[in-house]
Write a protein that binds this ligand. Structure first.
Ligand code: CDP
Length: 314
């Protein structure tokens, strides 16, 4: 074998204007944080009155009887009348009834979590929400934790990683083991093609007797949430999973902590280069999401003491 070249430390380039943007963010972020109960209550009641996440975010047999008409939030012209077969896949009761948790951690997948040592702090939350079936191998545990009460899945993962669940389904079901008996939240009624994919995911979970508990987003909730954030100034085709879960947490948790939210390619301390995710460098589809604009709104909530963003190491 040829001798291995010692790799020199990688120089990094900052995109044009990035240093200014990051410096401005840090300036806003670095003021001491304190929860502002009034601001939190005000924001939460605005959100609840517009979106009713408490009763509406998740489809259940109680809020969506057989015969109801669902309107897909990603394709407004598409509707679906709930058949007994589809109904049988709905949660019987609300999976998190009218109850508020004390502390919730919403874990985004940003590369800012790499070497953050935030695992323990994340796992100390009463309720931990993760996005898009992120890898939780032992090597990540110190930085991202392991506890999962709810995890979302984008059906594109089923296509890319599990052959659209058309062939063997065991690899998919086994991949869910790291999330224990958590809830698996699926956008089954956002686009037409999501529905059969999500149904196959649910049937796989049932047939293999996995402890994972699949539940579905109510498209009406997603629609009202998009309108809510638009009214706050957000212009994006689709909300990112992260802001949807942060919104859900704001209705259900007294203290909302966000980790792994940093849609920039350089670390705020030291400006060294980051991967987009803590586990890979796949880029976000900027055509659909406006993560920096979302981040700006989340940072505003942080500054107002409504929720707490974690950017530094823990
Ligand atoms: O599918 P989507 O692009 O929404 O999400 P993802 O890349 O799997 O990451 C989950 C969430 O983490 C995103 O929806 C963002 O809210 C957040 N995120 C971030 O803030 N910064 C990053 N560099 C990557 C993800």
């Amino acid at each position: 074998l040829p001798p291995q070249k010692k790799s020199a430390p990688q120089p990094f380039e900052l995109c044009k204007g990035c240093r200014e943007v990051i410096n401005k963010v840090i300036e806003r972020y670095s003021k001491p944080w304190k929860k502002q109960e009034d601001n939190y209550q005000k924001f939460r009641s605005q959100l609840s009155s517009k979106c009713h996440g408490f009763d509406k975010a998740i489809i259940t047999q109680a809020n969506t009887p057989v015969g109801s008409k669902l309107v897909y939030d990603g394709e407004k012209k598409r509707t679906l009348q709930v058949t007994p077969e589809i109904f049988s896949t709905f949660a019987k009761e609300h999976p998190f009834p009218n109850k508020t948790w004390d502390t919730c951690a919403v874990v985004g997948n940003g590369g800012i979590l790499t070497n953050s040592s935030c695992g323990k702090m994340i796992d100390s939350a009463q309720f931990v929400i993760r996005c898009n079936l992120p890898p939780l191998e032992k090597s990540y545990e110190k930085h991202v934790g392991i506890k999962t009460d709810l995890v979302t899945a984008n059906p594109s993962i089923f296509i890319e990683k599990y052959g659209a669940l058309m062939g063997r389904r065991r690899p998919f079901v086994e991949s869910l083991r790291s999330y224990g008996n958590s809830l698996l939240l699926l956008p089954a009624f956002s686009y037409g093609h999501n529905t059969p994919l999500c149904m196959r995911a649910v049937y796989s979970i049932e047939d293999f007797e996995s402890p994972t508990r699949p539940i579905f987003f109510n498209p009406e909730y997603l629609q009202s949430l998009a309108l809510f954030w638009r009214s706050q100034g957000l212009r994006a085709v689709r909300l990112s999973t992260g802001i949807i879960m942060a919104s859900l947490a704001l209705e259900h948790c007294a203290n909302v902590h966000l980790y792994g939210f940093w849609p920039f390619s350089n670390h705020p301390d030291g400006l060294y280069a980051l991967t987009n995710h803590y586990y890979d460098d796949r880029q976000t589809k900027t055509k659909f999401h406006a993560m920096p604009a979302e981040f700006d709104l989340l940072l505003r909530l942080h500054s107002q003491g409504v929720l707490r963003l974690h950017l530094g190491d823990c």
